[in-house]
Design a protein around this ligand. Sequence first.
Ligand SMILES: Cc1cc2nc3c(=O)[nH]c(=O)nc-3n(C[C@H](O)[C@H](O)[C@H](O)COP(=O)(O)OP(=O)(O)OC[C@H]3O[C@@H](n4cnc5c(N)ncnc54)[C@H](O)[C@@H]3O)c2cc1C
Length: 268
Amino acid sequence: MAVIASGTDLLPRMKKRQVSPSLLLDISSLNEDLRYISQSDGTVRLGALTTVADLLESPMFDDRLSMIKEAARLFGAPQVRNVATVGGNVCSASSSEDLIPVFMALEAEAKLVSVRGSRTLPLKDFIVGKRKTAIRPSEIFSEISFSVPQGHSWTAYEKLGRRNMLIIAIVNEALSLTLDDDLRTIRSARIALNRVSGKVPALAAKTNGFLEGKKVSDETIAEAQKVLSSELSLTSDFRGSGAYRTELARVYLKRLLERCCVKIGGPS
Ligand SMILES: Cc1cc2nc3c(=O)[nH]c(=O)nc-3n(C[C@H](O)[C@H](O)[C@H](O)COP(=O)(O)OP(=O)(O)OC[C@H]3O[C@@H](n4cnc5c(N)ncnc54)[C@H](O)[C@@H]3O)c2cc1C
């Protein structure tokens, strides 16, 4: 059995016989319950059937959370954005999905519901491998939630593909950065990439740990780039070699840190 939301990922895979579910559970008519964007007490909640176009239209993602709109703008083409859902993107658990690194950098949580109740788990634990999630056969994914970064914070997103529309990411990388009151010291850095080990999207845990407490400087960024290279274990395919992807990830790390610092008003 497979859940189908809009089918923009599932149907092409079924046509290519990559998956052959014996039964499809169509949840697209649950729009009233599962299509929403809300914020209360500093927590943003996105229903599973929220579309990428909905993200682009929401004023909630104009400031600190602007990486959500950056990712949405680089997503597919208008026809895809109008129907592709947040839930479908996260549950695809693929290394080319745009929203997974964005939500991981925000330390988002996935909510799963079944007739027996609901449970919530960190997105980093929900994605357990290439196209593998921790969802049980009796569950559907109902919501993603995350805290709005507080204090001197900003978020940014970078993606490279081989064309300007319908871009399948060679590398995509998201950063949520918070500086201390001195606007120089990194209080927290959450970098996530569509590939960290092989084809599995994940947080760059070592690099995040390295950056915490460091003063922003050219030296810190150069050191962080080395740590990032050391923790990536990237594979090659027809879109790019592992070495090329690693180099891109290093360049994006510098660019993301600089972009966030400029927005926060820290060193540039
Ligand atoms: C032309 C084209 C361009 C694309 N461009 C991009 C792009 O730029 N960036 C990008 O990230 N993706 C892209 N995609 C992939 C796809 O559009 C996205 O992954 C989309 O978000 C999937 O959402 P969906 O509603 O269509 O999911 P579906 O195809 O319906 O489902 C995808 C998977 O998630 C499962 N699933 C869906 N919803 C739930 C749920 N609520 N609970 C449990 N399981 C669920 C399904 O069983 C299936 O395994 C593109 C696809 C196409 C065809």
